[in-house]
Design a protein around this ligand. Structure first.
Ligand SMILES: Cc1cc2nc3c(=O)[nH]c(=O)nc-3n(C[C@H](O)[C@H](O)[C@H](O)COP(=O)(O)OP(=O)(O)OC[C@H]3O[C@@H](n4cnc5c(N)ncnc54)[C@H](O)[C@@H]3O)c2cc1C
Length: 434
């Protein structure tokens, strides 16, 4: 099936147009093949190119490289998360394992931007977990205890401070963590494409249709060509299931987001001229909302089971209305026609929010499923899966492999029914925060 994405994403539209696009239109042989050119696949390719400077490495994507979730996300490089179930004290050990991986993810992105001098609007301003519902303070106090035990600097804020910092009096309580980073996701992934060395051959708009291993060779069929490879890394994230990879352990969820135009001086003054900030919801289905450094407001307040290959213009328009309401609730003084673009993106989920990082057969490797932490963890897992596939081991791999492994999911149609019911329940719980 063809992956047809909207061309509405503001992050992508901020970038220069790329012209050197190669499609796969012949039959190739290679030593190393990577499927999927988001943070994970690009980082795997970059690492392999260093490990094997004289070998041909082929990287293929179904759409333009980087234009999947890697450009379509909200740009939070996270050190901590709240909505993954690890908030009670008995889960402290698991939370630590997760946070150790986030830390390595931040370090991997930092190393990349330092080595290649990347400008991706990096801002170490931390992030807020916020709610308009004062009763959510209980969740934040519990979370605060976990963070204190693990040594994360943070503080709890009330409506007065938040109004000043965010330019909206919508939020009554929040926990601010110092360690998170806000960035421009499109600029980051574009830099990963631009610096690919010569021994990485990138083919785009070339969807892998099916694959099979026979007599030690992996045969991959694309629309207009095929590739025979000795080793393969799957980095297709929300599309792993559609390629029959770990299909009882992951499933795709479709998110939609909208971005406003830049606020005018007058509009910006009317909300108190706040510095760049990012808010994550306390309840999973609440809105993620962010003020960018160039005064645009980004909002993401939907998550649903949907065909991951395509969302039509009219479907996007419906979701855009929800996002307009979300912005109006928080900034009633702003005009109601400032949304400039609305787009969808696919994330991959596992039942227990754990990531996939493994060898699934001889010479076949997979990394993915980061939910809302793929900027850092995808970069880290991409580099490290390349090392693992080279039969090497690092301290990072040991830390990654000490995590809880994804748990088994029920088959269809029970899976979709269960996920849909859970999403409805979570949406009701977060009603005031959407
Ligand atoms: C709206 C939204 C907000 C998010 N916010 C955040 C955030 O703030 N912070 C954060 O860390 N993460 C966030 N995420 C998640 C993050 O974007 C992902 O975890 C991350 O992009 C995963 O990177 P990846 O390279 O593994 O996968 P992707 O970026 O999804 O790349 C996979 C690639 O595989 C390709 N592909 C799929 N099928 C095939 C096929 N058959 N053949 C060839 N190629 C194929 C796709 O075209 C795609 O380019 C968000 C995601 C969305 C959608």
């Amino acid at each position: 099936m063809e992956l047809v994405n909207d061309n509405q994403c503001s992050w992508i539209n901020d970038l220069n147009f790329r012209s050197n696009i190669k499609l796969l239109s012949s039959n190739l042989n290679c030593e190393w093949l990577i499927i999927g050119a988001g943070y994970t696949g690009l980082s795997a390719a970059r690492k392999l190119s260093k490990l094997y400077p004289n070998k041909k490495i082929v990287l293929v994507d179904a759409q333009l490289a980087g234009e999947g979730a890697s450009s379509r996300n909200s740009g939070y490089l996270v050190d901590t998360t709240l909505n993954d179930g690890f908030t009670s004290n008995k889960e402290l050990e698991n939370y630590k394992k997760k946070a150790d991986i986030y830390k390595l993810g931040i370090e991997a992105v930092k190393r990349f931007i330092k080595e290649y001098q990347v400008d991706c609007d990096w801002n170490e301003c931390g992030k807020y977990f916020a709610s308009s519902n004062e009763q959510d303070i209980k969740i934040l106090e519990n979370f605060s205890e976990t963070l204190s035990k693990l040594g994360f600097e943070h503080n709890i804020l009330s409506n007065k401070d938040l109004t000043k910092r965010l330019g909206t009096n919508f939020y009554n309580i929040a926990l601010h963590t110092k360690g998170g980073i806000l960035l421009h996701p499109g600029k980051l992934v574009r830099a990963m494409i631009d610096i690919l060395p010569e021994n990485v051959n990138l083919y785009e708009n070339s969807s892998l249709l099916n694959w099979r291993k026979q007599n030690g060779v992996i045969n991959c069929n694309f629309k207009n060509g095929s590739i025979k490879t000795k080793r393969i890394i799957f980095a297709t994230n929300g599309f792993l299931k559609s390629l029959n990879i770990k299909k009882n352990y992951n499933f795709p969820i479709t998110l939609t987001a909208s971005m406003t135009r830049s606020l005018t001086d007058k509009e910006f003054k009317s909300i108190g001229e706040p510095k760049e900030w990012g808010v994550l919801p306390i309840k999973p289905m609440g809105a993620t909302i962010r003020m960018t450094k160039d005064r645009r407001i980004l909002i993401r307040n939907t998550a649903e089971v949907h065909n991951p290959y395509k969302m039509s213009k009219s479907e996007l328009d419906k979701r855009s209305i929800k996002q307009k309401i979300g912005i109006q609730k928080r900034f009633p003084q702003l005009p109601d026609d400032i949304i400039q673009s609305t787009w969808s993106g696919i994330v991959s989920r596992t039942r227990n929010s754990s990531q996939i990082f493994e060898k699934i057969d001889d010479n076949i490797f997979v990394a993915g499923c980061y939910n809302g932490s793929g900027i850092g963890v995808g970069t880290l897992f991409g580099e490290q899966i390349a090392i693992k596939a080279s039969n090497d081991i690092t301290n990072e791999i040991k830390i990654i492999e000490a995590r809880n492994k994804p748990t088994w999911l029920p088959p269809q149609p029970f899976l979709d029914l269960g996920v849909k019911a859970r999403l409805i329940f979570e949406r009701l719980r977060a009603k005031s925060e959407i």
